[in-house]
Design a protein around this ligand. Structure first.
Ligand code: NIG
Ligand code: FE
Length: 414
């Protein structure tokens, strides 16, 4: 039996609370234990409380981890990420600096399709090696669980290749990857003149294979002008539901196509992006219990100024999630601390709301709220020690993560 005792956390940010995603004022309640401590047995939290109390009941052969007056948080849960792809898009980054827009670059053959070309040209081993390197970046920013979408393959063979890489990431890195099938990310080059045939391929060939090999837990669609319209998105998502997949959607990122209403009607687990979403959609999402996943890194990185209306969403009772949207085109950041900074400065979310949105609420959005996302007895001992004395500093000092150590299931991984 392996036991560790974490002692002397200036703030042990537990997020203890109701057994569901947090809404309204609950987002501000972090259930912090000052000078906190925690006992972990076999990777699971066995006791949590004042450091002095934990120190009194130390079992024999326990390994003591002294947090040394630092801050301890649950490992971040990044609920929207595209970590498996070939190459990068640094050339497009420079083109945008010179004034081109994301849409113009995509129309000229760049964008998602350019990453599809590089991904198809990469072997499974090459993709795995690249993604393992990126996984390490996430770990350095304090993320211990993350979603991983396919979507840069866009053929049966290539989408399965990406999903198998995600499976291998789970086996070869300390991070838990939660796989999402995003075959409907863009219409591939070879189907440009017959997009309906690609939609049929997603529904009749890709989804059945993904479900049969149990390669994904959720299905996502990029619902946007020039990508997948409302009718096609609905067809794909209804088919996914029949295969037992949960639903996530990219909606209202560049234009408002009514995708948020569709997410509400289908009772999707999440509606993501929502930069162009207004009051009526927010009400519909609230009534349907859909969690919004807000991605300020993509707004920032595309040089845009319209961030999602986080305050209106919190006021409407939505269980807001924040995530990186890590991808080579619109959001090349693995950093949840950076997202917390953007959420505070651009969306007026407090540091406390940001922490809730990147831990327990992210965990519930991925169907794991009962196992991770807070530090409570019975949950996995996934936690990070940050080299600061006040959790608000994680969002405040931006551009450099203050990660001091990371533990997954009670094992130190960084
Ligand atoms: O979430 N919106 C669609 N997907 C990504 C962008 C992907 C890319 O540009 O490669 C996003 O922003
Ligand atoms: Fe995305």
């Amino acid at each position: 039996m392996n036991s560790i005792a974490l002692l002397h956390a200036a703030q042990l940010v537990t997020l203890a609370g109701p057994e569901r995603a947090r809404i309204g004022a609950e987002l501000s309640d972090l259930a912090i234990i000052e000078n906190g401590g925690m006992l972990v047995r076999d990777g699971v939290i066995a006791a949590i409380g004042a450091s002095d109390e934990i120190a009194k009941q130390l079992p024999e052969d326990v390994e003591v981890v002294d947090a040394g007056g630092r801050v301890v948080l649950p490992g971040f849960v990044d609920a929207h990420a595209h970590p498996v792809f070939g190459g990068n898009r640094v050339d497009e980054f420079e083109m945008r600096a010179r004034g081109a827009s994301y849409e113009e670059i995509a129309a000229g053959g760049g964008g998602i399709r350019s990453t599809v070309r590089k991904t198809r040209a990469s072997s499974e081993a090459e993709l795995l090696a690249q993604a393992q390197k990126r996984a390490n970046w996430f770990l350095h920013c304090g993320t211990t669980t993350m979603e991983a979408k396919s979507g840069y393959g866009l053929s049966l063979k290539e989408e399965l290749k990406i999903l198998r890489v995600i499976r291998q990431l789970n086996e070869t890195t300390p991070i838990e990857f939660v796989p999402t099938f995003l075959g409907a990310h863009a219409i591939p080059e070879e189907f440009r003149s017959a997009p309906e045939q690609y939609v049929a391929l997603v529904i009749h060939e890709m989804l059945p294979s993904v479900a049969e090999e149990q390669l994904a837990e959720s299905c996502d669609v990029f619902c946007e002008h020039g990508y997948f319209d409302l009718a096609d998105s609905e067809k794909i998502l209804m088919a996914a539901q029949e295969h037992g997949l949960r639903l996530r959607m990219h909606v209202d990122q560049l234009t408002n196509t009514g995708g948020a209403f569709l997410a509400a009607r289908l009772r999707a687990a999440t509606a993501d992006h929502l930069e162009q979403t207004n009051g009526a959609e927010i009400t519909a999402l609230a009534e349907a219990g859909v969690q919004p996943v807000l991605l300020p890194g993509s707004v920032y990185s595309l040089g845009l100024t319209r961030y999602p209306k986080a305050r209106a969403m919190i006021d409407a009772g939505l269980a807001v999630v924040l995530a990186t949207d890590f991808n080579p085109g619109s959001s090349p950041t693995p950093s949840i601390p950076m997202v917390l900074s953007l959420a505070a400065t651009q969306m007026k979310m407090t540091p406390a709301e940001g922490v809730t949105a990147t831990t327990i609420n992210g965990a519930y959005s991925l169907g794991r709220g009962d196992k991770i996302g807070s530090l409570e007895v019975g949950k996995a001992a996934n936690f990070c020690i940050f080299d600061c004395a006040d959790y608000r500093e994680i969002a405040y000092w931006f551009g450099h993560p203050q990660t001091h150590a990371v533990y997954v299931k009670g094992q130190q991984v960084l």
